[in-house]
Design a binder for this molecule. Structure first.
Ligand code: SF4
Length: 896
């Protein structure tokens, strides 16, 4: 294995003689410090002088700080937040019709910074051609005027201001300075370096060395295969030499980070895919962090503060209660979780939950939590205050509410809390102009800032470093893999800035100003990457997200050979050091269902047919779905109300077809409908007392149901004569080959010539095909028909009650076929003859399903694939997505 010298000798010598070394980013500076220390140790030293290595931003900030304390006439450099506030204020003053001042302030700040970095502020002297850029030009003039009046400056002008101070001899020039890892120096940076050079600084250039090395090109069929090949390669390399430092570079890390994490974890640390595995550090780490606002402990803090100002949507309130960050003990956490479930089940959770309402609801079951929330609410004040006052109060509010909870923070949580504290400090600096703000605005700004702040955990120097191509500047690796470099992804493409004239951006070579500019930068980065390790693998996929792709033409000068297939890496034998697999038979078995226990209703068999795991989880593990809160009635509630209304009508109103016809003829049907529907809606109306929206909605639902029932009863009146013998008939302790069920038949009609029809109301679209097959979609009616003990059954029928789609559908015996003769065929869809089709075919399917449930058959096997899963709430439990991913992999292997 070729090992790189992680510090080029020229650089090492410069560090030894005390030259100032400037890197493009903080990560590169840290890595350089570590490599220097490792080299000193390898040479037998135990102590050495710390080299002067800093990233550009820290170096210039330090220079400015020193100058600022020495020369009182210097302006105060505004930080990002302070500058944003100023831009927003200027725009609100200048532009009457700004729709989103926050976004526009952000854009203006970016545009101004571009002009600073590309030394192009003088271009603002002439008018610009587009309306947007002209607006920006006038805001920038106002910004400058305000800064000059108040003694402020944008921090984007730091390089330029420092260059002037160097030129004036007000800050000393270092004897020797070397820049390393810069793909391209910005004009403002170049200006500062020129000023230093003019004052005698010796400038060095380290990036001209391009050591020759091994370069391989790999082609995969698609991204998953490419990442899998890369992970397999990493595993083999580390198995042969665990001390390697491996770089995995990607043009746009953000878009592929989740896929890389999933595949690397499964290949490099397969034990960690278990949800029971203790958290461990994988052998790879990402350079890219995530928004601070999305880190759980910070999200909880932000939601709690937001809750003090406005009701929280149900999902956010629930997340907060279940997060554990408001519970001061394990018991309290469990109580809050149980309460949340109960509120859902009883419909007590509304789509939006004010904190005061939550506090009242909590007062009996979780009085300590309620008391803390009350204390917190009392601390908040309405009147505007200075930003620093709010940043002092916010931690007190969080603490009063019990945040961050009872758990001892792990390192990640601790670091996130520290970062939040730092954010409070940054917001306190908004006092710079002595302005005041409301608590609501403070929370909104804090949340926006936390969303913009990228939070990265401290590096633990994992052997595999995964980073974006641009972030890897100044770093050296023993080996590296640059993946995803197809012709669509590399060079990176982007849009020119919308507030600056396109011609100006092209003239100054600003980012994405032209395809040529993107090409040149990507070319420089590609060369730099190729020079940063003695062994480089480049790869791309033929199938990109946006269609077919080819290798990026930027590689043509670097890799002359034909690409190798990624499958060559996948088929590599595992290294000798890899552990051998052991086979452990799983003979734990599943306890059979106790025969004396009732398993519920016919739903059990419906679930067993739809997906055995679903039946197992809900029937045996008692997995319950948390009710979602919806404004208004749920589909299940609407179905229940329809059943109740029909039960009332066919028991209290009339019981025969002729009585129905008579009620229609005498006009009493309308009042029967009205009173039946009003009676079943009464509890809902009582519950909604005082809620005008809900009462109006319920009124509309009642009218809708009355219309639907009126339409349905007109169809019933056209049937042959019948008497309703049972409504909602209970059939308890039905035994299906040892499986005991309690059933409830919607309706049993008796015919005058003898025999019965079994009827099941449905509000969804149904078809009698749903009774067929080994795994019937709707086994309910076949169960009643075969095991319900109904005498002389002459037909089984769905009664589909839907607006504009009412119908009977099912099977009836040949002797009764005149019964529906008066109804059109699309309203009485009578299929095969009951007796010829039905009972026998259904029986074996139902017995098999019952036996499967009793024996604990729990395969994750959805009947209609994704369609079945779409209406199931258990994908998080059965992990069907992972199973499907595995199946796809198997298929791919087969095809391959
Ligand atoms: S999500 Fe799909 S596979 Fe999982 S239990 Fe439900 S139906 Fe079965």
């Amino acid at each position: 294995m070729i090992r790189s010298n992680r510090i080029p000798s020229v650089l090492f010598d410069a560090m030894e003689r005390g030259a100032l070394v400037i890197t493009a980013n903080a990560r590169a500076a840290r890595v350089l410090h570590q490599a220097y220390a490792a080299t000193q140790q390898s040479q037998g030293y135990q102590a050495w002088t710390t080299p002067s290595v800093q990233d550009w931003q820290s170096w210039t900030a330090d220079l400015w700080r020193q100058a600022f304390y020495t020369y009182p006439d210097l302006p105060l450099l505004l930080d990002t937040q302070q500058e944003r506030v100023l831009w927003k204020r200027i725009q609100q003053r200048e532009a009457v019709a700004v729709v989103s001042p926050d976004s526009l302030a952000h854009l203006s700040q970016q545009a101004y910074a571009l002009l600073s970095r590309y030394c192009a502020h003088d271009q603002r002297r002439q008018p610009w051609t587009t309306l947007d850029s002209e607006h920006f030009r006038s805001w920038a003039a106002a910004f400058d005027a305000e800064c000059s009046r108040r003694g402020w400056a944008s921090s984007s002008r730091c390089d330029e201001l420092l260059a002037s101070l160097v030129e004036e001899g007000r800050i000393p020039a270092p004897a020797e300075l070397l820049c390393t890892g810069f793909d391209r120096l910005l004009p403002s940076q170049q200006r500062l370096l020129d000023a230093l050079h003019a004052r005698g600084t010796l400038l060095g250039d380290l990036d001209s060395e391009t050591p020759p090395g091994s370069r391989t090109l790999i082609c995969a069929n698609e991204l998953r295969e490419e990442i899998t090949a890369c992970a397999t390669w990493c595993r083999e390399q580390l198995a042969s030499d665990p001390s390697l430092r491996i770089g995995i570079l990607v043009p746009d890390l953000k878009s592929v980070q989740p896929a890389i994490d999933r595949i690397f974890r499964s290949i490099l640390t397969p034990r960690d895919t278990s949800i029971l595995a203790a958290a461990s550090r994988p052998p790879y780490e990402f350079s890219l962090g995530s928004p601070l606002a999305s880190v759980p402990v910070v999200r909880a803090a932000l939601l709690l503060l937001k809750w003090l100002t406005t009701p929280l949507p149900e999902e956010e309130a629930t997340w907060l209660l279940l997060s554990g960050f408001l519970a001061t003990s394990e018991g309290e956490a469990l109580t809050l979780a149980a309460l949340d479930a109960r509120w859902r089940d009883t419909g007590a959770l509304s789509p939006e939950l004010p904190l005061e309402t939550a506090r009242r609801k909590l007062s009996s079951a979780a009085p300590a939590v309620a008391q803390r929330l009350l204390q917190t609410l009392r601390l908040v004040q309405e009147r505007p205050r200075r930003w620093s006052e709010w940043t002092e109060l916010a931690p007190q509010l969080l603490e009063a509410a019990g945040w961050p909870g009872h758990r001892t923070p792990d390192s990640a949580q601790y670091q996130a809390q520290q970062r939040l504290d730092h954010l409070f400090d940054q917001l306190a600096a908004l006092d710079f102009d002595a302005s005041q703000t409301t608590f609501r605005d403070f929370v909104r700004t804090l949340t926006a800032q936390a969303s913009e702040t990228i939070f990265s955990l401290e590096s633990y120097d994992a052997p595999i470093q995964v980073m974006g191509a641009m972030e890897a500047s100044g770093q050296r690796f023993d080996i590296l893999w640059f993946l995803g470099i197809d012709d669509q992804a590399w060079p990176l493409r982007g849009r020119a800035h919308p507030l600056l004239p396109a011609a100006l951006q092209r003239k100054h070579n600003m980012p994405h100003a032209s395809p040529q500019q993107d090409w040149e930068l990507a070319h420089a980065v590609t060369l730099r990457i190729a020079a940063s390790a003695p062994v480089c693998v480049f790869s791309y996929s033929r199938q990109a997200a946006s269609g077919e792709s080819r290798c990026s033409p930027l590689l043509s000068s670097l890799v002359a050979t034909e690409p190798k297939p990624a499958t060559a890496f996948l088929q590599q034998p595992r290294s000798a050091s890899a552990v051998s697999l052991e086979t452990i038979p799983d003979d734990s078995g599943v306890l059979t269902w106790p025969q004396q226990r009732t398993a519920g209703g016919s739903e059990v068999l419906k679930r067993q047919a739809a997906c055995p795991f679903q039946a197992f989880a809900m029937g045996r593990l008692h997995t319950a779905v948390l009710n979602r809160t919806e404004r208004g009635l749920t589909a299940a509630e609407r179905g229940k109300l329809l059943h109740q209304a029909l039960e009332q009508l066919w028991s209290a109103g009339f019981t025969t077809r002729d009585q129905l016809i008579n009620a229609t003829a005498t006009g009493s049907l309308a009042s029967l409908l009205q009173s039946a529907v009003a009676a079943i809606f009464a509890p809902y109306s009582r519950e909604a007392a005082g809620d005008n929206w809900m009462l109006t909605y319920l009124e509309g639902e009642q009218q809708r149901l009355i219309t639907l029932l009126g339409h349905w009863l007109a169809i019933e009146a056209q049937r042959g004569p019948f008497t309703v013998e049972h409504v909602e008939k209970r059939l308890d302790n039905i035994d299906i080959s040892g499986l005991r069920l309690n059933l409830r038949a919607d309706r049993v009609d008796r015919l005058p010539e003898g025999g019965h029809f079994l009827i099941d109301y449905k509000t969804s679209l149904v078809t009698s095909n749903a009774w067929q097959g080994e795994r019937p979609d709707e086994p309910q009616l076949p169960v009643y028909a075969l095991f319900g003990g109904i005498d002389d059954l002459q037909g089984v029928l769905f009664a589909q009650l839907r607006a504009n789609a009412c119908k009977f559908e099912g099977l009836i015996a040949a002797e009764t076929n005149a019964h529906f003769a008066a109804l059109p065929k699309d309203i009485a869809k009578i299929g095969d003859i009951y007796g010829d089709t039905g009972p026998e075919a259904w029986e074996s399917a139902l017995l098999n399903l019952a036996a499967d449930f009793l024996h604990g058959e729990a395969a994750v096997n959805p009947l209609h694939g994704a369609k079945t899963c779409r209406y199931c709430a258990l994908p998080g439990l059965c992990r069907v997505a992972e199973l499907q991913a595995l199946t796809e992999e198997d298929n791919d292997d087969d095809e391959g």
